[in-house]
Design a protein around this ligand. Structure first.
Ligand code: UD1
Length: 337
């Protein structure tokens, strides 16, 4: 049985991926400092899968502890690396925190992998590395030119991984996620942000009555209804892409970059309207000004992931929103009791 070490495994995408791994009969080791996540997510993943995973409450910045975990766990076959700071706005205010945490954390992790002869890694990258692309749907060979420190750290981590892979003959998969949304179909695990920066978690909280209204960030974009268009991808589909990437790395030790999206875009207004229909809630929305750094439209060309990983998105908008709403209504305070 293959053993996978998952950094940030208690987070939103991490927890869904841990569940997918357990369901696919992998052994799972999680390293998470719980700085932006909850142990309750791990408890629920174990409950849903009826399996146990090995959990270490530790920061990947602690190299000694990380080395010990690799030694203690023995025979780790591959790593999936999620642990990172991810708020765009905060990264502009505190760039050093982002560079320190994301870049140093990745370097420590790679050193520990090297010391333990672990040579496969799947990395949680983001479509944010494209900034404002010249063409949509965007392909993997488009220019990398992020527009904020968070995006810069993702681009730099990709480069560090590429160089490491080339030097040591490692298997590297860089998964560039578009806009992850939704929750597990049980409604037992989902996204639990302290403050929702992203559209769907915000709309969920408005629907639940936690917040009064959603502000639409700009109605004057060159898009059909004037609001921003994004490629939303169900978190379960995203989790499966990680499992497929692990399989790919077993067969092909080189660097692979994949867009993970559906190729289908929805506007802010379409998202809010569909949420209203599904939740049967009013969801007041007002128009506000554009948010700095936002692009009009971002869509994935995910042909490569389809061809090389045999992966494609299974879930549509309906499931994305209904699972997000199920998670929100079943857990009004997220993982807090
Ligand atoms: C954001 C991040 C991106 C990250 C991605 C995934 C920014 C600028 N970008 O992408 O780096 O990789 O999340 O987590 O934060 N919107 C509103 N009102 C809101 C919130 C959002 O109208 O209250 C609009 C946005 O303008 C955008 C769309 O909804 O058009 C989606 O926004 P969001 O969910 O924040 O994702 P991105 O900005 O695409």
């Amino acid at each position: 049985m293959s053993k996978i070490l998952v950094t940030g495994g208690a987070g939103y995408i991490g927890s869904h991926t841990c569940l997918a791994l357990l369901e696919a009969n992998y052994e799972v080791v999680v390293v998470d400092d719980l700085s932006n996540s909850s142990y309750e997510a791990i408890t629920r993943v174990e409950k849903l899968s009826k399996k146990k995973l090995s959990f270490h409450k530790e920061s990947i910045l602690n190299k000694e502890a990380l080395d010990q975990i690799f030694q203690k766990e023995k025979n780790v076959d591959a790593v999936i690396h999620f642990a990172a700071k991810k708020a765009v706005g905060e990264s502009c205010e505190k760039p050093l925190l982002y560079y320190q945490n994301n870049i140093s954390g990745t370097l420590q992790l790679l050193e520990s992998m090297k010391a333990s002869n672990v040579t496969d890694i799947v990395f949680s990258s983001s479509a944010t590395v494209y900034g404002e692309p010249d063409e949509v749907p965007v392909k993997e060979d488009a220019d990398v030119r992020p527009t904020n420190p968070y995006g810069q750290t993702k681009a730099m981590m990709e480069q560090i991984l590429k160089d490491t892979g080339a030097a040591y003959g490692w298997g590297i998969a860089l998964l560039r996620y578009f806009n992850p949304v939704g929750a597990h179909i049980s409604g037992d695990i989902g996204e639990d942000p302290e403050y929702p920066n992203n559209l769907l978690p915000f709309v969920s909280q408005v629907a639940a009555g936690i917040r009064k209204k959603v502000t639409i960030f700009g109605e004057d974009y060159p898009t059909p209804d004037g609001t921003g268009v994004r490629d939303y991808i169900h978190v379960i589909d995203l989790a499966h892409a990680h499992v497929k990437a692990l399989i790919k790395l077993k067969q092909d030790k080189s660097t692979h970059t994949y867009n993970i999206g559906t190729g289908r875009g929805y506007s802010v207004k379409e998202m809010v309207e569909t949420f209203r229909k599904i939740s049967q809630k009013e969801i007041p929305a007002v128009c506000g000004s554009r948010r700095e750094g936002d692009v009009p439209i971002l869509l994935a060309d995910a042909t490569l992931a389809n061809k090389e990983l045999g992966w494609q998105a299974e879930f549509g908008l309906e499931e994305m929103i209904s699972t997000a709403w199920k998670w929100q209504s079943q857990n009004p305070k997220g993982y807090k009791a």
